[in-house]
Design a protein around this ligand. Structure first.
Ligand code: PEP
Ligand code: MG
Length: 783
């Protein structure tokens, strides 16, 4: 089905053609006599028949239904499929003369949903009465899920083209006053002093190396826009560039699918669809006639598209503008003969770009990249996720970096703190070189010892799992010897999709993770969107106080359909009995009950469809809000495990935004108040006889490990690369002594005191003299 949809994308050149190809495909796949597509009007109040195979072609554009009217309108309003064996006997049926519909008996309609929004309805009909079974319904729903984004993109492209045709043509601003030319300083100028810049910590790790500025493949300010008298030649060049860009995109899509999993390749389908779109290509051709220059034409059209997209209010749709921009630049690059593939990257380069894009990983030789710095973007962008998964240190949102970068010059990137040093002096460089060496040597050696158990000297076994969010991360689990997935962050898929991912795609992802890990445990967390993990959903607007706002489970409880879809997808992956469900940011028993009720209804749905799953799948909650820690006893009676999320628990307990530089010095999970809430949660869990794990960054913090072991945490889930170090610490500890230290830390008056207690624990366990981690730990303690 995926391949068929990709084929439709490749063969369709405008909205009507896309819809026509879709109905042909569905008729073929379902063996139906009729397939029709109704699309929602912009007002979201009506549906109009846009394409059909089987009904009278004249009916297209003429049949119009209100939401809720007839079986089709009902499917749109209720956002779920409707199957009727004898449609004409159904009181909801609405007959339209002239459609030829009277011949058909049975009807199956399923909504086309994009992020839960009905953008249309896909309908099949048969001449013979047919009782559609769950398999038919599932198949049509799968079709609808795959087709909905394609239809939406085609529609959006159509919309942009139409509105722009009606608008007066935008005069392109040729001399781009805002554009700066880079690299024009001359060698005679004195070398500027070293500079420290700050950005968002995006992917941890230290790198020291020469800077490589990943130029926009096209520097718009330097191009030759003179008209060419040979217009035919210009058009031919343009055609060639478009078809080269098209096949380049095919390669990129395949490469990304191969390296990172099919879910990430979907982005490039959108790009291919744009290049195949007649509206886009036709506009550029006409623009060549206007300006006599293909480059100028592309630039004009891109400017037009950009302005239109920027004026759209919905952030989801607005972002689509960047897809068009991306594609347009790719065509320009081909027009200029610039080959992305030939980026002459030196080994160990620090790549500086406007933003980190998924395509960079497919086109650059990733093994030569020591670190990435981006002027824009944040830690949750696609590119940032890729960087973390590949363990490439990265800092994003570094204002002014492109302007300040002189290619070839030395720089230091500290991905954990978000610091970038340009032209560091010898002392700073030596300091970072030492830190880097200490870290790398230790890490390498420890990976070779990964099969040893994480057991304290006195025999207490700690489960060391890892936090992941991509298929590619599973490789890191194996490399660093984690014992399972302690936290699978499902929102990465949502971020990649810029909205709720489709159920089927989630099913595939969770199934692959569960299978790859079995029999090791996998804890899958339900969507934790909002807060610092912004996802452009239409109803999530800028909030004054997003960390205290509509996020995580709160948000999902008001998006029941996608929440249940995700729960169904997780349940399907439970057949090997190694999967647990984790609910984030639970603040009250009421919230837990509401979420569990949805899980029960998801189970019911699967039962009705005869889908196998583990009825007793353990359901846990994250303790991330002080209220949850304070009523942990009541919560423990109604769930199967706790996972303490100290990243959030720290920010809420200390009232310190976890992402705000200005208060970063106040953010400390070793604060006695945070320790007290952890202690309270662990005690409640132990009284209720349920296990408790900890999955915040604290689980990877060497200083915190003795205290966490001492507080009685049974599972630590952290960054995969930190697992070996944490294991060495656990193996050197005595659980009894750690418990004493934890008790003193709970009594500590200040953060300084609790740090000193933890440091003494590491010292007493002989860890500061450990051959692998000793010098690194001493560095961490400032010794
Ligand atoms: C946490 O809050 O500690 C946690 C693990 O969740 P996240 O960092 O994804 O918010
Ligand atoms: Mg959290």
């Amino acid at each position: 089905m995926l391949a068929d949809v990709a084929d439709v994308v490749a063969r369709s050149h405008d909205l009507q053609e896309t819809l026509g190809n879709v109905v042909e495909l569905v008729v073929k796949k379902l063996g139906a006599d009729v397939c029709s597509i109704y699309l929602t009007d912009p007002s979201l109040e009506h549906l109009t028949l846009w394409a059909t195979r089987g009904l009278a072609p004249e009916a297209v554009g003429r049949v119009r239904l209100a939401f809720g009217e007839g079986l089709v309108g009902q499917a749109a309003r209720e956002r779920k499929p409707i199957a009727v064996e004898r449609a004409q006997d159904d009181p909801r049926f609405r007959f339209f003369p002239g459609t030829g519909e009277e011949r058909f008996q049975s009807l199956l309609a399923t909504p086309l949903l994009v992020r839960g929004m009905p953008i249309g309805v896909l309908v099949v009909q048969t001449e013979q009465p047919r009782q559609f079974d769950t398999q038919d319904i599932d198949l049509l729903q799968t079709c609808a899920q795959l087709i909905a984004p394609v239809v939406m993109n085609a529609r959006l492209l159509d919309l942009v083209a139409r509105t722009e045709e009606e608008r007066s043509r935008v005069v392109a601003k040729l001399v781009n006053s805002g554009l700066q030319l880079h690299g024009l300083r001359t060698a005679e100028q004195a070398p500027p002093p070293s500079v420290e810049l700050r950005g968002s910590p995006t992917s941890a790790g230290i790198a020291i190396g020469p800077l490589y500025r990943l130029e926009d493949p096209v520097d718009l300010a330097r191009l030759d826009y003179a008209p060419n008298p040979d217009e035919v030649q210009e058009k031919r060049d343009l055609q060639r560039a478009i078809s080269e860009a098209r096949s380049e995109l095919d390669d990129v899509r395949d490469e990304v699918a191969e390296r990172f999993g099919p879910e990430f390749a979907a982005v490039f389908n959108t790009h291919i669809q744009i290049l195949e779109d007649k509206g886009f290509t036709g506009r550029v051709e006409r623009a060549v006639e206007d300006s006599g220059n293909a480059l100028q034409a592309l630039r004009d059209v891109l400017d037009d598209y950009r302005q239109t997209f920027e004026s759209i209010e919905d952030p989801y749709f607005r972002e689509r503008g960047s897809d068009i921009e991306d594609v347009g630049r790719r065509v320009m690059a081909r027009l200029l003969g610039v080959r992305h593939h030939n980026v002459p990257l030196q080994d160990g380069s620090i790549v500086v770009a406007k933003e980190i894009l998924p395509a960079h990983f497919a086109l650059l030789e990733t093994e030569k990249i020591a670190a990435l710095i981006a002027e824009h973007g944040g830690a949750t962008s696609h590119g940032a996720i890729f960087a973390r998964s590949l363990e490439i240190p990265a800092v994003t949102g570094v204002t002014g970096i492109l302007e300040a970068t002189r290619p070839g010059e030395l720089a230091i990137v500290d991905g954990a703190s978000g610091r970038v040093y340009l032209r560091p002096d010898a002392a700073l460089r030596a300091e970072y070189e030492r830190a880097q060496q200490r870290y790398e040597l230790a890490a390498e050696h420890l990976d070779t010892l990964k099969y040893r158990p994480a057991e304290t000297r006195d025999g207490r076994r700690i489960l060391l799992t890892a936090n992941v969010g991509l298929l590619n991360d599973l490789r890191l689990i194996e490399q660093h010897g984690a014992e399972g997935v302690g936290l699978f962050r499902t929102e990465l898929l949502a971020i990649a999709h810029r909205g709720f991912p489709e159920e089927e795609e989630q099913e595939r992802l969770y199934e692959r993770v569960a299978k790859a890990m079995a029999p090791r445990p996998v804890t899958i967390r339900t969507l934790d969107l909002g807060g610092d993990k912004a996802v452009p959903l239409p109803d999530v607007t800028d909030e004054e106080n997003p960390q205290l706002g509509w996020r995580s489970t709160r948000l999902m409880l008001s998006h029941e359909a996608p929440f249940r879809a995700q729960l169904r997808a997780i349940l399907r992956a439970t057949t090997r009995c190694n999967v647990r469900v984790l609910l984030p940011l639970i603040g009250s028993v009421e919230e837990l009950r509401l979420a569990r009720a949805l899980l029960e209804s998801a189970k019911e749905e699967l039962c009705n469809r005869g889908v196998p799953f583990d009825r007793d799948v353990p359901v846990g909650i994250m303790i991330e809000v002080p209220s949850a820690a304070l009523i942990a006893g009541a919560l423990a009676r109604e769930c199967d495990f706790f996972s303490i999320g100290t990243n959030d628990l720290t920010q809420y307990t200390l009232a310190v935004d976890r992402g705000n530089e200005r208060v970063a010095h106040l953010y400390d999970p070793l604060h006695p108040a945070v320790l007290a809430l952890i202690d309270r949660s662990v005690r409640a869990a132990s009284r209720a006889g349920i296990p408790v794990s900890l999955c915040g960054e604290m689980a990877s913090n060497p200083l915190a490990v003795p205290l966490l072991v001492g507080l009685g945490i049974g599972e630590l889930s952290g960054t995969p690369s930190a697992v070996p170090v944490v294991k060495e610490i656990v193996r050197a500890l005595d659980a009894g002594k750690a418990a004493e230290a934890a008790r003193s830390a709970l009594e500590a008056a200040t953060v300084e005191d609790s740090h000193a207690i933890a440091a003494a624990c590491l010292r007493e366990a002989g860890l500061l003299d450990h051959p692998d981690v000793g010098s690194w730990l001493r560095g961490l303690l400032g010794e």
